[in-house]
Design a protein around this ligand. Structure first.
Ligand SMILES: *[C@@H]1O[C@H](CO)[C@@H](O)[C@H](O)[C@H]1NC(C)=O
Ligand SMILES: *[C@@H]1O[C@H](CO)[C@@H](O)[C@H](O)[C@H]1NC(C)=O
Ligand SMILES: *[C@@H]1O[C@H](CO)[C@@H](O)[C@H](O)[C@H]1NC(C)=O
Ligand SMILES: *[C@@H]1O[C@H](CO)[C@@H](O)[C@H](O)[C@H]1NC(C)=O
Ligand SMILES: *[C@@H]1O[C@H](CO)[C@@H](O)[C@H](O)[C@H]1NC(C)=O
Ligand SMILES: *[C@@H]1O[C@H](CO)[C@@H](O)[C@H](O)[C@H]1NC(C)=O
Ligand SMILES: *[C@@H]1O[C@H](CO)[C@@H](O)[C@H](O)[C@H]1NC(C)=O
Ligand SMILES: [Zn+2]
Length: 445
């Protein structure tokens, strides 16, 4: 008895420190997130950066791979730098953000049915599960976590955002000094849009089953190779995981947080004494909440993002895209096209308009001082935790728990705690798709 008890304690102890918290996005747009062990550096204290001024560029952009001619490759880099400069003129970063960019024929890596319609994709390379002030843990993107400057942090991925653009994507570059053609999309618009996703305008809502019969938050599946002992797996508590942005997502009818649905859905795992998602879900009492989510996700103007300090959610919310048939990667992760495409907050709608440059979009919509970063988008990024002159002390989630020193010494990447998120093209990636006529950022099946 006594021995068992001690073993249990040590066991709990190790689990709570070693597991959880770090979620790695493999360097492939089709890969699913993996829950990995965080690697802790022991020399945390002397590495404290404090509020050192950033003398270097705030965004470090590396073009790792480019299969186009030198001029085009140069232009890709220039456009990324221009977008980064714009973002850095609005938000105040205290820690450098590294972006890896590849510009190449995506058909050399991805299957035809994907690469032919895929213009570009960007995603945060790593997420960290952090405790919010409402009791829920959510996945925070690395670029934002770095800005929090917590005293103890796991070892960060060298890149914060990974972007892959299709060199066969038919993009227009301002540098070419030609007028944009009716069938061309301004790469700058797309880059700005993708970088905002990379900074955390990102979530994981997905359809359940084909022709979805319900909508669910990102579920975690146990890796079929079974390395992980099932009951050890979820030291982070729940199997449906929210992203940072979901904290601010509300029902526009009555202001209820969408997180309440996630919480109800997570009771499935208690009831079924399981911590992995399974087919039993469809027959569970929790299923109706997922059906309600599908209704919300396909009813115009039913969901929105609530900025901090809002006095009236119906006036202040940034309305999310729920006016199209449910599409993972388009619905809910963008703002309402009809409401915003002709406003200064056009950037995060799910369609780009071909044949018009970003500059002309801005001019047509009132020549807003923030350019493509509209006022509502800025306000939401501030709400997420980014600093601006108007928002010098943004909200932060709870810092990382520092690991005990004797655990620190043995970082152990990818051994054991590996779970598999559902592998789904639409969910974990941001995709640009180019049908004739309309150009979407994100996949439409
Ligand atoms: C492109 O740049 C590379 C390296 O700078 C150089 O080796 C190559 O000759 C250049 N190609 C052209 C077409 O200028
Ligand atoms: C990425 O940014 C960090 C700042 O957090 C910096 O220390 C690191 O060297 C950068 N990595 C690369 C590859 O530039
Ligand atoms: C808000 O609306 C939703 C959906 O209509 C409903 O399920 C929920 O009970 C409402 N909440 C409150 C507090 O009225
Ligand atoms: C759900 O219930 C239906 C009808 O009772 C049954 O046919 C089906 O096998 C159940 N599915 C699962 C996964 O338990
Ligand atoms: C919020 O604004 C709407 C629309 O103007 C108004 O109908 C409603 O009464 C306001 N609610 C509150 C609490 O002020
Ligand atoms: C648009 O605004 C910029 C400053 O943000 C200004 O320099 C420019 O002249 C304006 N253009 C027009 C056409 O009003
Ligand atoms: C790790 O450190 C804790 C607290 O200092 C101590 O109780 C425990 O015995 C140590 N474990 C090992 C394996 O050294
Ligand atoms: Zn998008």
């Amino acid at each position: 008895m006594k021995i068992n008890y001690i073993i249990f304690l040590i066991y709990k102890f190790l689990i709570s420190y070693i597991s959880a918290q770090c979620f790695y996005h493999p360097n492939n747009i089709l890969a699913s997130l993996e829950n990995i062990e965080c690697t802790w550096d022991s020399k945390v204290e002397n590495e404290k950066i404090s509020t050192r001024e950033l003398s270097e560029e705030i965004f470090k952009i590396q073009l790792l791979n480019c299969d186009a001619d030198n001029i085009t490759c140069d232009n890709v880099l220039k456009e990324f730098k221009r977008a980064a400069k714009l973002i850095a003129s609005i938000f105040i970063f205290n820690t450098q953000i590294n972006i890896s960019v590849s510009y190449y024929d995506l058909c050399t890596v991805y299957p035809e049915n994907i690469c032919k319609i895929l213009g570009g994709a960007a995603y945060p390379t790593q997420f960290y599960l952090l405790q919010d002030d409402d009791g829920m843990k959510r996945l925070y993107p690395q670029s934002l976590v770095k800005q929090f400057q917590f005293p103890n942090t796991p070892k960060f991925n060298e890149f914060d955002i990974s972007a892959e653009f299709n060199s066969k994507g038919g993009f227009w570059f301002k540098e070419d000094l030609n007028n944009i053609k009716p069938d061309e999309g301004d790469i700058f618009w797309t880059i700005c849009h993708e970088l905002i996703h990379g900074l955390g305008f990102y979530n994981g809502w997905m359809g359940y089953k084909n022709n979805p019969i319900a909508v669910i938050p990102l579920p975690i599946y146990v890796n079929p190779d079974g390395i992980v002992l099932k009951n050890n797996l979820f030291s982070f508590g729940s199997s449906f995981v929210e992203f940072m942005m979901d904290k601010y997502t509300i029902l526009l009818s009555n202001g209820t947080q969408i997180s309440q649905f996630t919480q109800k859905l997570n009771t499935f795992f208690d009831e079924y004494k399981s911590n992995a998602f399974s087919d039993e879900f469809v027959n569970s009492s929790q299923f109706k909440f997922a059906q309600d989510l599908l209704v919300l996700a396909t009813t115009p103007k039913s969901l929105g993002l609530l900025p901090r300090n809002s006095k009236n959610y119906s006036i202040d919310s940034f309305i999310l895209e729920t006016s199209i048939p449910f599409e993972q990667g388009s619905s809910l992760i963008h703002v309402d096209y009809k409401t915003y495409i002709n406003t200064n907050d056009f950037l995060m709608t799910y369609n780009i308009i071909d044949g018009i440059s970003t500059e002309n979009m801005i001019l047509d919509n009132g020549n807003y001082s923030g350019g493509p970063i509209g006022p509502k988008l800025k306000q939401m990024m501030e709400t997420f935790g980014y600093t601006t002159a108007d928002n010098p002390n943004p909200y932060r989630p709870q810092p990382f728990k520092s690991p005990p020193s004797n655990v620190t010494s043995k970082p152990n990447i990818n051994s054991g705690f590996r779970t598999e998120m559902i592998r789904n093209l639409n969910v974990l990636i941001i995709i640009l798709w180019i049908p004739a006529g309309l150009r979407h950022y994100d996949i439409m099946k």
